[in-house]
Design a protein around this ligand. Structure first.
Ligand code: UDP
Length: 468
C-alpha cells in the first residue's frame, strides 16, 4: 500500500523548474471537470441529503493506496448499505496544478525502478528541512487547485463531503489547511478553526514517511507498533491514535464478515492450475516492480532444473507491468516447473489462497494480505526507507525471510515446501501476525465519526473538532 509513494524531494527540483515555466499560471487541468478517477456519482437534480459522504484522498503511486480506499468503501457498504457514499480521488493526477504534480504515478514507477534515486529523495524529504520545504511548496502551488477538489459536491448530494480521509502520505498538511479555510469561508488556514473531521489511515506497515503523521488530524489509524511509535515521534497524541491493522481489499476479509470461502483445490481448478503441485506465487506490487522479470526467470530456472517432470508450479503476477508479462510469457523454463504468467489480476485473494508460498517485493498491502492467507513470505526487494521496515516485520514475526539472491530464494522456498513442519510453523506465524478484521474495525470507527458529524450538521450546531 505501499508507498508513500514518495516524491517529496523530487518536488523541490521539479516544481522549481515548473515555477518558471509558462504553465504555472492558473491553468486548470482538463481532468478537473471530469472527475474520472473518483467512485462517486455526480450530484444530480435529485440530490440526496440524507446520505453521509466521505472524500478519500489518495494517489495511484503503486497499487496500495487505491486498494485501501476501495477496501474502506466496500466495508462501509457491508456495514451500512446505502448510508455512506465515498468519493475516492487521485488528487494529484486530477487536481495537481501542473507537472510534476499531475504525473506522480508515472514518476513513482520510474523512481521505484531506480532505488538509489528513491533512497535519496525519500531520506532528503524525511528531514525536518525537507518536510518544511515540501509543505511550503505544496501550499504555494497546490492550495487553490486542491481546494476545488475538497469543495466539490460529494456523492449524490450537492455539498462537499461530511468527512475527509487521507490514505496517502502527501495528503495531510495542505488538505487540513484547505478544510480550515473552507470551514471559515476563507478567513483562516489555522488548524484550530477546522470543523470538518479529517482522518489519516496509514497504508504502510513496518515503516512510514514522517509526512503521514500530522498532529492536526482527528484520528490517525496505524497498523503496527512500529508505526504507532513513528506517529508518536511526530507528536501525534495517544488519544488521536487507533491501532487495528492495514485496510485491505474485500476478498481478504469476507470471511470475517461471514462469507463462505472456497477451498484451495476449488480455487486451483477455477484458476486453471494443477491441483497437486506445490505452488509458489510471485508478485512485484501493483506495478510489477522490484526487478520481477529477472527474479522470476532465475527462480523459475532453479525450481525447474531439479526434475524432468513438474515438481513445482509458479504463478507470476506482473501487475500493470505489460513488458514483464510479455518477457516472462515467452521465456522457456525447465521441465521441473509449470509456469503461469498473469498481468494485473483483480482476484489476488484467490491466487493467494490457491498458493503455498509467496515470493514478493516487500509491499505492505501484499504482506498483510499474504499473512491473512497464512502464506510464508520470501521477500526479494524493498523500496529503501518506505518498505525497509517491512522486512524486519516479516522476519521478526517468523513468517518469512529476505534475500535478493535468486539462488537463495529458490533454495529457501523449496526447503520450506519440502518440510510440512516448517510450512506449518510459517503458516501459524503468518496467521498470528494477520489482522483480518482491521478493515471492518477501521470502517466501523469512521462510520461512527461521519454519522456523528452528520447529526451535528443536521442540528446546525456549531461543530467543534477536538481529538475525541
Ligand atoms: N495487486 C492486485 N493485482 C495485481 C498486482 C497487485 O490487485 O495484479 C494488489 C495487491 O494485492 C496489493 C496491491 O496491489 O493489494 C499492492 O500493494 P503493495 O502495498 O504490496 O505494493 P505497491 O503496489 O503499493 O507498491
Amino acid at each position: 500500500m505501499t508507498i508513500p509513494r514518495y516524491l517529496t524531494a523530487a518536488l523541490w527540483l521539479l516544481t522549481a523548474v515548473a515555477a518558471f515555466s509558462p504553465t504555472t499560471t492558473t491553468t486548470r487541468h482538463p481532468l478537473h471537470s471530469v472527475q474520472s478517477s473518483s467512485s462517486f456519482k455526480l450530484a444530480s437534480a435529485a440530490a440526496n441529503e440524507d446520505v453521509c459522504t466521505i472524500q478519500i484522498l489518495m494517489s495511484d503511486t503503486g497499487g496500495g493506496h487505491r486498494a485501501s480506499a476501495n477496501a474502506l468503501r466496500d466495508a462501509f457498504d457491508v456495514l451500512h448499505p446505502g448510508k455512506i457514499q465515498c468519493d475516492i480521488v487521485d488528487i494529484f493526477t486530477d487536481y495537481g496544478p501542473f507537472w510534476p504534480f499531475t504525473d506522480y504515478p508515472a514518476i513513482y514507477k520510474i523512481m521505484a525502478e531506480y532505488s538509489f534515486l528513491w533512497d535519496w529523495f525519500y531520506h532528503l524529504g524525511a528531514s525536518p528541512f525537507g518536510i518544511a520545504v515540501n509543505e511550503f511548496l505544496m501550499e504555494l502551488f497546490c492550495f487553490d487547485s486542491f481546494q476545488e477538489c475538497l469543495a466539490r459536491p460529494s456523492g449524490s448530494t450537492n455539498h462537499r463531503a461530511d468527512m475527509v480521509i487521507s490514505v496517502h502520505p502527501l495528503c495531510q498538511d495542505v488538505p487540513l489547511k484547505i478544510l480550515s479555510s473552507l470551514d471559515t469561508n476563507g478567513q483562516t488556514r489555522s488548524p484550530d478553526a477546522r470543523t470538518t473531521p479529517f482522518v489519516t489511515v496509514v497504508t504502510d506497515l513496518g515503516g512510514a514517511h514522517p509526512t503521514w503523521f500530522n498532529k492536526g488530524v482527528n484520528k490517525c489509524f496505524v497498523p503496527t507498533d512500529a508505526l504507532y511509535q513513528c506517529a508518536r515521534d511526530r507528536n501525534v497524541q495517544p488519544d488521536q491514535l487507533v491501532q487495528y491493522g492495514l485496510p485491505i481489499r474485500r476478498g481478504f476479509w469476507d470471511q470475517a464478515s461471514g462469507k463462505e470461502q472456497k477451498t484451495p483445490v476449488q480455487l486451483r481448478q477455477e484458476l486453471g492450475l494443477d491441483v497437486e503441485l506445490p505452488t509458489v506465487l510471485m508478485v512485484g506490487g501493483g506495478d510489477g516492480m522490484g526487478g520481477i522479470v529477472d527474479i522470476a526467470a532465475e527462480v523459475g530456472d532453479k525450481l525447474g532444473s531439479g526434475s524432468s517432470t513438474p515438481a513445482y508450479q509458479m504463478v507470476v503476477v506482473c501487475g500493470s507491468n505489460e513488458k514483464a508479462k510479455q518477457a516472462l510469457s515467452s521465456k522457456q523454463f525447465g521441465d521441473g516447473v509449470k509456469v503461469n504468467v498473469q498481468g494485473f489480476v483483480n482476484n489476488m485473494d484467490e491466487w493467494m489462497q490457491a498458493s503455498d508460498a509467496i515470493v514478493t517485493k516487500a509491499g505492505p498491502g501484499t504482506i498483510a494480505e499474504a499473512s491473512i492467507c497464512g502464506l510464508p513470505c520470501m521477500l526479494f526487494s524493498y523500496l529503501p526507507g518506505q518498505e525497509e521496515g517491512n522486512v524486519p516485520f516479516v522476519e521478526n514475526s517468523g513468517f518469512g525471510k529476505f534475500s535478493g539472491d535468486p539462488t537463495v530464494i529458490a533454495e529457501t522456498v523449496s526447503s520450506w515446501l519440502a518440510s510440512p513442519e516448517k510450512m506449518n510453523s510459517l503458516k501459524e506465524a503468518a496467521l498470528q501476525a494477520a489482522r483480518p478484521s482491521a478493515t471492518l474495525d477501521i470502517a466501523k470507527d469512521l462510520a461512527d465519526m461521519v454519522f456523528a458529524q452528520k447529526e451535528k450538521l443536521r442540528a446546525k450546531e456549531p461543530v467543534k473538532v477536538g481529538r475525541a
